[in-house]
Ligand binder design. Sequence first.
Ligand SMILES: CC(C)(COP(=O)(O)OP(=O)(O)OC[C@H]1O[C@@H](n2cnc3c(N)ncnc32)[C@H](O)[C@@H]1OP(=O)(O)O)[C@@H](O)C(=O)NCCC(=O)NCCS
Length: 392
Amino acid sequence: MRDAYIVTAVRTPGCRRAKGLLKDTRPEDLLSFILKSAVEKTPGLNAKDIDDITAGCSFPEAEQGLNIGRIAGQIAGFPVDVTGATVNRFCASGLEAVALAGLRVMAGWSDIVIGCGIESMTYVPMGGNLPRPNPDYAKTNPDLYTSMGTTAENVAKRYNVTRQEQDAFAYESHMKAANALKNKLFTEIVPTPATKFVQQQDGTYKKETFIVDYDDGIRADTTIEGLAKLRPVFAADGSVTAGNSSQTTDGAAATILMSGERVKELGIKPLAKFICYTTAGCKPDEMGVGPKYAIPKLLKLTGLKLEDIGMFELNEAFASQSIYCIRELGIDMKKVNIHGGAIALGHPLGCTGAKLCATLLVNMRERGAKYGIESMCAAGGQGAAALFELCD
Ligand SMILES: CC(C)(COP(=O)(O)OP(=O)(O)OC[C@H]1O[C@@H](n2cnc3c(N)ncnc32)[C@H](O)[C@@H]1OP(=O)(O)O)[C@@H](O)C(=O)NCCC(=O)NCCS
């Protein structure tokens, strides 16, 4: 197999669902903007040379339906020859897209492919607009459709993750993110045009654009005491709250992958090599344990040991599952989500895998980590994990 090089990885800010700065920006606009930005940030690259766009999306319907991978490429102004697809592995969709793009390059089927992710949780709510579980299967196997919050409660209860531990983890996420925001460390963010509708004197609304350049869910004023006061959301006697869950978020991200030949031709200095990707199944009603199985499987496939990995981006779907996975795997917390995770920065479902790729590569470079792993759990009972190697 050939090598697949990542030459550009960027993201929009992540903004709070319904309350945040991107709430009136359509998902196709967010994705097309970040696709265009990724191309513009790649020296010498012309959009016509891109073979395909693979877009991850967890609820690919309504405004983000109709194959947004193709639609966003066209709205971005790419030539008609540049094809596009949409893939769904729930919270791992964006990573699935990056991996599929990488595989095409590695197999020699394509030279330049974009793997990206999109989710507007404002426009399309979690679960979709019209969920329709299979009635016969659900009668005997309701676990497959367990709500994500309930799975987080199950992990906390089954594996003894306390409320105090969850709140402490959430506090750290906000503190790390607030520090990174203050020190301008989220260099993977591209300032993004957002839409607002401004009421005019005659009562009509005019569409206007403004620029958003930061993740608006970060709460620098978070305290342990404040977190402790929040009521459990998913079970009366539970421990999972709005404070120790990932935020529901709008955002998009894109990664450009290229063959070694094209990297040489264009004279580009690649950021990293995409090495390997894997998935592992687990019980649907405790889906948060997914990374516990996906990461060892990835390490086995690549012949590396946990100590070889210098940096981790583990999606903070919930503090309970994050703590459990980190603890079970024995990962050094100093290497995990060094600038905060989804509890502070948000988790725009189908975008997250592509977003964490951009963040991981920046963080690996900042700390000089040769190998980095990105991993997350996904609804239905799955874990996904990918390995990246920094280029010199
Ligand atoms: C838990 C959940 C239902 C909460 O939704 P929400 O009520 O819209 O959450 P918000 O972030 O708006 O927070 C609600 C309130 O909690 C409080 N709060 C949240 N975070 C806080 C913090 N760090 N410190 C203090 N208070 C906090 C605030 O009072 C906030 O209200 P405000 O925004 O008016 O200040 C939602 O975030 C959720 O479903 N998360 C999980 C998403 C998920 O399952 N993803 C897939 C994973 S596999």
